[in-house]
Design a protein around this ligand. Structure first.
Ligand SMILES: Nc1ccn([C@@H]2O[C@H](COP(=O)(O)OP(=O)(O)OP(=O)(O)O)[C@@H](O)[C@H]2O)c(=O)n1
Ligand SMILES: C[C@](O)(CO)[C@H](O)COP(=O)(O)O
Length: 392
């Protein structure tokens, strides 16, 4: 057994007079996860999988924490757990049960009162679950976290349904599994069958221990398959857009898909609807799909004089293809004239119609620049847009 860092404190009682060790089993190959290395050492949500629960167990007052690792993984585990004290590691066995047995024998010299045995593959360990287990050990010799079964269950006869199973009688078993140390060590030592028990509660029960059930937590999910490592997509994405067009006599003025009567209109390759252009850029930005010029190049004759609602409809399609829906859009038109207020509701309705959303999701505002700058000199109109997208 090699200590990663000299322990700052050998034992930290997490209950007055009670010393609890932790055994983190991380000696598997993680074959089902299909990762470039055993899954427990893969970087996950900012740190190696194994580090998450080791830190949680240390924070819960467990000491020492012994991590069982595969052969030839010393360098990887040192890196994964660098900087932590009260953490040791040892080489595990060919099965999970063997890894636990080896770990318990290694911890035995510390003579802890209790031990929490935890899968490194369950990185997120709520302190509340540890507390429930510790409380259960005040009146029982063993306790495990469980969850109810929400699906109906069946036995399988090959690819065909077998006898239905009564889910009311079943629970989903998680870890950490908590024991009075001497009892679980004796139970492992007394096991006289192939070391293939699914968990330590089964070993304890085979030795005659009664195992209490405490409420588990879905967040204790065991990382098992490649899908568990698929990058999670942001639930919300935001984007912003900005555009400017020059005011010129003889041009039409289109804003938010609405024709506005005015002395001047906006010049541009398309209908120069500066507000829609800003909104298109906001949508494209939110999904990382470039900008309006990339999708509708001003050099492309097919877009000459084109109505900008086509650009907005296309951006909306790309957002949907990316798996998002519009949360809300907020457009600000920046000009000295014309007054936007009288057209606001028509603009909101038109944008909502193009985007296929309720008008309540669309905001259209306007402001002057107090006669400052190019907008103040009525040389042009600018527009800004901000959007939020929700993952479908
Ligand atoms: N010989 C073994 C096998 C498993 N484990 C640990 O037991 C936990 C639960 O096992 P599992 O999720 O099945 O991990 P693997 O056996 O690595 O996965 P696979 O079956 O996909 O190879 C994991 O933290 C794993 O590292 C262990 O310490 N020693
Ligand atoms: C110990 C365990 O996590 C309890 O649910 C489970 O039995 C481990 O099973 P695995 O096949 O070793 O992942």
């Amino acid at each position: 057994m090699s200590q990663i860092v000299s322990a700052g404190r050998k034992h930290s009682p997490n209950r007055p007079g009670v010393r609890t060790a932790a055994l983190v089993v991380a000696a598997g190959q993680g074959l089902r996860a299909g990762q470039p290395m055993p899954k427990q050492f893969v970087n996950w949500r900012g740190k190696p999988v194994v580090r998450h629960s080791v830190e949680a167990l240390l924070a819960a007052g467990c000491a020492p924490v012994l991590v069982m690792i595969p052969q030839n993984a010393e360098a990887v585990v040192r890196a994964a757990l660098s900087g932590l004290t009260d953490v040791d590691f040892a080489i595990g066995g060919a099965t999970r049960q063997e890894s636990v047995r080896l770990g318990l024998e290694a911890i035995a010299r510390e003579k802890p009162d209790r031990v929490l045995i935890h899968d490194a593959a369950r990185p997120l360990l709520p302190a509340e679950v540890v507390e429930r287990l510790q409380t259960a050990l005040d009146t029982h010799t063993a306790a495990i976290p469980v969850l109810p079964v929400s699906d109906s269950l069946t036995h399988a006869a090959g690819d065909m349904m077998g006898a239905p199973a009564r889910r009311e009688e079943l629970r989903r078993v998680q870890t950490p599994q908590a024991f009075h140390f001497s009892d679980i060590l004796a139970a492992h030592r007394a096991w006289d069958d192939a070391p293939t028990a699914g968990d330590d509660a089964q070993v304890a029960q085979a030795w005659g221990m009664e195992v209490a059930l405490v409420e588990g937590d879905e967040i204790l999910h065991k990382l098992t398959y490649a899908s568990d490592f698929a990058p999670t997509r942001a639930a919300v994405r935001v984007g912003n857009g900005y555009d400017v067009h020059r005011l010129e006599e003889g041009e039409e003025l289109w804003l938010c898909g609405v024709r506005v009567e005015h002395t001047h209109g906006l010049a541009g390759h398309s209908d120069a609807d500066v507000a829609i252009h800003a909104l298109v850029d906001a949508l494209l930005g939110a999904i990382g799909a470039g900008d309006i010029g990339q999708h509708f190049p001003p050099s492309d004759e097919q877009w000459k004089g084109a109505a900008s609602d086509r650009f907005l409809a296309h951006a909306a399609e790309l957002v949907a293809e990316a798996g998002y829906a519009l949360g809300n859009a907020d457009v600000t038109i920046i000009c000295e004239a014309p007054k936007i207020g009288p057209h606001r509701e028509a603009m909101r309705a038109r944008l909502a119609q193009i985007l296929g959303v309720d008008a309540s999701a669309i905001s259209v505002k306007a402001t002057t620049t107090e006669k400052l700058g190019f907008t103040g000199r009525r040389e042009g109109i600018a527009a800004q847009a901000v959007v939020s997208l929700a993952l479908l």
